[in-house]
Design a protein around this ligand. Structure first.
Ligand SMILES: [Zn+2]
Length: 296
């Protein structure tokens, strides 16, 4: 879906009064009900008051050495993807969102509204609209997950990968995700289960596969599985476990040690190919994913 197409603009709703539709006037989206306006900055629809301030906060965090490395990598999405898969701690052997999109809608999804909430820099499919609270590269809509700028039942598919745990108010974020999907539409949700604390910028919660099903009770589960299996959970635990003594030295030493042990241990993730075949693998998995269809 094109960002500034009429079909997409028609799906938008003012996140302030939650009543009015939004129309494009010059470089602003203006609410038809409360007259609030939201700027279009560098091709991004900005619904947070402090999009610029957020970027500055992110830059400040990036001043730490490892974060500087991270932000450098985040400026080149392909390198970031490669590093995630090559020496990450998680195997991602489950169904990925691009596959769910293809299965549900086929190759041509230009007329579908598919929104990735908390996308970061990752573009899972060229026609997906990326939404994030940070104005990263590849982000189309800058907004808060707990106040999505979409009308009820306006989105064909909602994707949320490892985002819920980073939202301070997970309940309202999930309520919003459920609200905006149209009846018969899809949700692809992934969340860490057995994973250490990881701030980016913060980390608040975990859910089990049963927890995820219960939170999305008005969706019929189509597929629930593990994204990073038991070996990923073990690798992630071990890398932080082994790095822990380095936290005595300094924050940077600890961070570097976690990356060092991750690189060494990451080949063990291959065991997820085997371990994910066991019926109860989901109960000890690093990440859980849920694909559900909204009940009509
Ligand atoms: Zn309004």
């Amino acid at each position: 879906m094109e960002l500034l197409s009429n079909s997409f603009l028609n799906a938008l709703q003012c996140p302030v009064c939650k009543k009015g539709g939004l129309s494009l006037r010059e470089n602003k989206l203006v609410c038809s009900s409360c007259s609030e306006s939201f700027p279009v900055l560098h091709g991004k629809l900005c619904f947070t008051k402090d999009a610029d301030a957020m970027m500055q906060k992110y830059d400040a965090e990036a001043k730490q050495f490892v974060n500087r490395l991270k932000s450098l990598v985040k400026k080149s999405p392909r390198l970031f993807m490669f590093l995630t898969y090559a020496i990450g701690s998680v195997s991602y052997f489950g169904e990925r969102p691009w596959r769910t999109i293809e299965k549900a809608f086929g190759k041509d999804v230009k007329n579908k509204i598919i929104v990735n909430v908390g996308s970061g820099i990752t573009k899972v499919h060229p026609d997906v609209i990326n939404l994030d609270i940070f104005p990263f590269k590849n982000v189309d809509v800058v907004a808060d997950a707990s106040s999505l700028p979409f009308k009820d039942g306006s989105v064909d598919m909602l994707i949320s990968e490892s985002t819920i745990e980073h939202t301070p108010n997970a309940e309202s974020a999930m309520r919003e995700m459920r609200r905006v999907v149209k009846p018969g539409g899809l949700a692809y949700i992934s969340i860490p289960f057995i994973m250490p604390f990881h701030a980016s910028p913060n980390d608040y919660s975990r859910l089990t596969h049963e927890g995820l099903k219960q939170k999305f009770y008005d969706f019929t589960p189509k597929k629930v599985g593990s994204l990073g299996g038991p070996a990923s959970a073990l690798v992630t635990f071990l890398m932080y476990f082994l790095a822990l003594p380095f936290s005595v030295i300094s924050e940077s030493a600890y961070n570097l040690a976690t990356y060092f042990f991750m690189a060494i241990l990451s080949p063990l993730r291959i065991f997820d190919l085997l371990f994910n075949l066991f019926p109860r693998a989901i109960e000890v998995s690093a990440f859980i994913y849920f694909i559900g269809e909204k009940k009509k």
